[in-house]
Design a protein around this ligand. Structure first.
Ligand SMILES: [Fe+2]
Length: 203
């Protein structure tokens, strides 16, 4: 096995992986926007779809800066995340649950991309490709913002809607006594998604 590959080769390889991943996500985000049964969630997916198209162009600029051919390399990681999301979309969930599941799928993709771009920015810097690093940092910032937006939507009502009526609602709903979910008042509040700090990023 040849051992002549350098960090620059690995960097270009990762860029091609991300290029392919973004293109896969363009298709997936269209489907997710369509599947969303919540106005703000749909518009969050649509906004990120537009950003993703810009991210593809940014990667093309980076390839040009490095004098490398614009080429994708199948991104197995994003393909797996998209496949999982697609199988959830086929489930017979009620609308509110589906919205919560779409957020879960979207955040998996965002965190994968945050990890990838965090590495790309760090590698671009050590390779002295500061212009490329600046462009990749812009994308990293967009991924983080998209993740934060999904957390805000989940915590701003979508998770509660999916969990069903809480104690207050139950007082007016005698037939709901068989519900096994804990009430909204007693459920611990959990932060949606992991911490939005991407590895290796120092923005
Ligand atoms: Fe992206």
């Amino acid at each position: 096995m040849a051992t002549t590959g350098t960090l620059r080769d690995a960097f270009v390889d990762e860029l091609r992986d991300s290029y392919d991943g973004e293109k896969q996500l363009i298709k997936a985000l269209k489907k997710m926007a369509k599947a969303a049964k919540h106005e703000e969630l749909r518009s969050a997916f649509e906004t990120h779809l537009e950003e993703t198209q810009g991210q593809v162009q940014r990667l093309e600029q980076v390839f040009a800066m490095l004098d490398e051919k614009v080429k994708g390399k199948h991104c197995d990681g994003i393909a797996g995340i998209i496949e999982e999301g697609a199988s959830v979309m086929e489930e017979d969930f009620d609308d509110a649950t589906m919205n919560a599941c779409l957020i879960a799928s979207g955040q998996r993709a965002e965190h994968y991309e945050m990890a990838a771009y965090g590495t790309l920015v760090a590698w671009a810097r050590v390779l002295g490709e500061d212009e490329a690093a600046d462009l990749l940092q812009q994308t990293l910032d967009e991924e983080k913002a998209a993740d934060e937006k999904l957390s805000a939507l989940a915590e701003g009502g979508i998770n509660d809607d999916a969990a069903g009526p809480g104690e207050d609602d139950e007082m007016n709903e005698a037939s709901s006594s068989s519900r096994s979910k804990p009430s909204r008042a007693t459920r611990p509040r959990a932060r949606n998604g992991a911490s939005a700090r991407a590895p290796q990023s120092r923005s």
